[in-house]
Structures are given as C-alpha cells and as structure tokens.
Design a protein around this ligand. Structure first.
Ligand code: ZN
Length: 241
C-alpha cells in the first residue's frame, strides 16, 4: 500500500501541486492538518485535498482557529493577522470541511494527530522529553504527527533508549517497535530547506520514505503579497524557517 503523507500545507497550493506531481499514483492520502493559515489559497487547497483518493485528514491548530474551535489569542501577532484574513476568506464549503475534521484518526496500526498523541491539536514534539511521553502514550504501532514543520523519526531501540533522527531524504526507514514519524511541512518548511516536504508510507511493511520537492516559491510569495497577508510569511518561504 502506497500512502502519501502530507502535513502543514498552510494554504500553499503551489507547493501542494508540486508534491502531488512528484508523488505520482498513491492508494491513499493521509493529512496531519493545518491545511490553512499563512498562505493565500485556503479554499483552493481544501478543494484540491477533497479531490484526492481515500483522504483521511485530522484537525490542526490553524484549522481549529479558522472555524472558531480555538482561541486566536494563542497565536503570535502575525499568525493572528493571517488567521483573521483566513477566517474572512474561507467559503462555507471550506469551513464545513475543516469543522468536520477529527482531532485523531486511527487507521489500523497507525495513529494520525497534528501535534502529539497526548494533546492532539496543540502539543509540539520538539525535544526528547516530549518525544518519550508521546511514544509512551501511543496506542498503535505507528504514530504520524505534524505541527513542528520539521521531518523527524522517533523510536526506542532494544535497550529502551530514545532515538531522535532527522531523516535522510529518499532513504527507507523500517524500524522495530513503535515509531513516530513527522513528514515535515508541504507549504511552510522550517528546517532551513525551502523545498516542500512530504513522505511515502507503507503501513503494511512499515517503510517510511521522506521526500522533498522544489516548487515555485516566488509565485507563492507573490500571492501572499497580493493578498495583503503579513510579508514575513512570504519571506520565510525562500529560506525555509
Ligand atoms: Zn502548521
């Protein structure tokens, strides 16, 4: 089974289209949330996602805030400006789609959450302590998270020691025991690699393959600028931070 794993698209349709073209044919699409926020094309991204085969998507913090399920005061200044723009720009169809997303989805041996298994929508797995708690909370063999915009692979080895790895692009990861994967961000990478990040996963063999693809960053920046969104969200796309 070939599953396309996407996270943190952030209304960047240009990056999403590049990922879809690069990934080729897939059996299913799993999305870790944050379809909207920061970027200029929230409605186009949600419509494109709905056109994909066997889509399963969970709720991100930006999605939750866009439909009023999360306080916008929890966002920093520029993220809040972008959120207010998103709230007034999304159509009824987009709002309905985001409103129907669950915080957690369990598909066979895999749990999908935006943040972490403990706090699905908002917790960041940014360091080993939270990573350990996340792995201990996981009730399935595999967990897939987004939210940090940084690709990562986390697991315990046979001595119960925690491994925290920044995965190598195009390399196959097949690990014993429980594992948490993060594919990184499609629409706003923050690991100083501006290319759109995603992953191909086979839940039957457990093989995870991190991928990167170039896209037309200048065009995505132009759309942000023309929409009157905070310029910082355009600038950072060029460097991936
Ligand atoms: Zn995000």
């Amino acid at each position: 089974m070939r599953v396309l794993v996407l996270s943190d698209i952030h209304a960047n349709l240009t990056a999403l289209e590049a990922v879809l073209a690069d990934a080729g044919s897939v059996d299913a699409v799993w999305c870790l949330g944050d379809l909207v926020g920061y970027g200029a094309q929230p409605n186009e991204v949600v419509a494109r996602m709905q056109s994909l085969p066997n889509l399963t998507c969970v709720l991100g913090n930006h999605d939750a805030a866009a439909v009023g399920k999360m306080e916008q005061d929890t966002f920093n200044n520029e993220a809040r400006t972008s959120l207010i723009w998103t709230k007034t720009t999304i159509t009824r169809d987009t709002r309905k789609f985001l409103n129907n997303l669950n915080e957690k989805e369990i598909l066979g041996n895999t749990t999908l959450v935006h943040g972490s298994p403990r706090h699905p929508v908002w917790e960041y797995i940014m360091e080993p302590y939270t990573a350990r708690l996340a792995l201990e909370t996981l009730t399935t063999r595999y967990g897939i998270t987004g939210h940090t915009h940084q690709p990562i692979v986390i697991y315990f080895d046979h001595k119960d020691e925690l491994h925290w790895e920044i995965p190598v692009v195009d390399q196959n990861y097949q690990l014993k025991g429980s594992v948490i994967f993060n594919p990184g961000s499609v629409g706003q990478p923050r690991d100083h690699d501006p290319r759109a990040a995603y992953a191909i996963f086979d839940p039957e063999t457990g093989i995870w393959q991190p991928k990167r693809v170039k896209y037309d960053i200048f065009y995505a920046q132009l759309l942000i600028q023309q929409s009157g969104l905070p310029l910082q969200h355009a600038v950072r796309l060029a460097e991936g931070w």
